[in-house]
Design a protein around this ligand. Structure first.
Ligand code: PGA
Length: 252
């Protein structure tokens, strides 16, 4: 059976002190609850070391929100996978729609990032999802197929098995509009069918696929209850401790 995962994507929010407070609150809340899901918190880079220290005393993992497509060297401002590994960071979000849109991350760059992360034993959380006009035009399956194939299908089976996929329809991210449970299930099933075609049914059945986009304490339970939805990638609601906890509890 696939494990459930809830990952919090803090994006570019919070000062150092606010981040520390939020982590402390998350630790307190997690300590007093039984959570079936694996919990991952993805703060901005400068807070990763603090988060990783706090996580050692708690039961969550720490992920980054981005990594460099390069190994090392003269790439001012970049952070490499090996740097993250050396800080015991276990996961990294790759291909988030905000990075595709604002930082022009294309298939080639994302492939390089995926390769870098796996080479250094970082588990990629690879995001895919269509924009509103693409859904309205009925192109959403084609868009997601392209993203999954070009981002991941160069991997051999051993590497692919380590990847987590997050389906995040762009029109649902930060908008308050969530995909319906049926829309989420439909796309998760479709992604799993693509994986089955490429890697076989066993691997497809093992692949963890998260849903992301305006997930909150009110809608998480129904979305996560869909067969094939293995938890969530949570933006805004992951900054509110009680919300985040309720979402973590909804994943079972
Ligand atoms: P949201 O963001 O939950 O604020 O919609 C999700 C994401 O971008 O990962």
């Amino acid at each position: 059976m696939r494990k459930k995962i809830v990952a919090g994507n803090w994006k570019m929010n919070l000062t150092f002190n606010e981040a520390e407070d939020l982590l402390d609150e998350i630790v307190d809340l997690l300590e007093n609850e039984t959570i079936d899901a694996q919990v991952i918190v993805c703060p901005p880079y400068p807070y990763l070391e603090m988060a990783s220290d706090i996580a050692k005393e708690s039961n969550f993992f720490v992920g980054a929100q981005n990594i460099s497509p390069f190994e090392a060297g003269a790439y001012t401002g970049e952070v490499s996978s090996s740097m993250l590994t050396s800080m015991e960071i276990t996961h990294c979000i790759i291909g988030h729609s905000e990075r595709r849109k604002y930082f022009n991350e294309d298939d080639k760059m994302l492939t390089a990032k995926i390769n870098q992360s796996l080479e250094h034993k970082i588990i990629p959380i690879f995001c895919v999802g269509e924009a509103l006009p693409e859904r309205e035009a009925g192109d959403h399956f084609e868009v997601v197929r392209h993203q999954v194939r070009h981002g991941l299908f160069h991997l051999d089976t051993d590497e692919f098995e380590k990847v987590i996929i997050a389906y995040e329809p762009v029109w649902a991210i930060g908008t308050g509009v969530t995909a319906s449970p049926e829309q989420a299930k439909e796309m998760h099933d479709y992604i799993r069918s693509l994986i089955a075609e490429r890697y076989g049914k066993d691997i497809a059945d093992k692949t963890i696929i998260l849903y992301g986009g305006s997930c909150n304490s009110k809608n998480a339970k129904e979305i996560f209850a869909q067969e094939g939805v293995d938890g969530g990638l949570i933006g805004g609601a992951s900054l509110i401790p009680e919300e985040f906890l309720a979402i973590c509890k909804a994943a079972k």
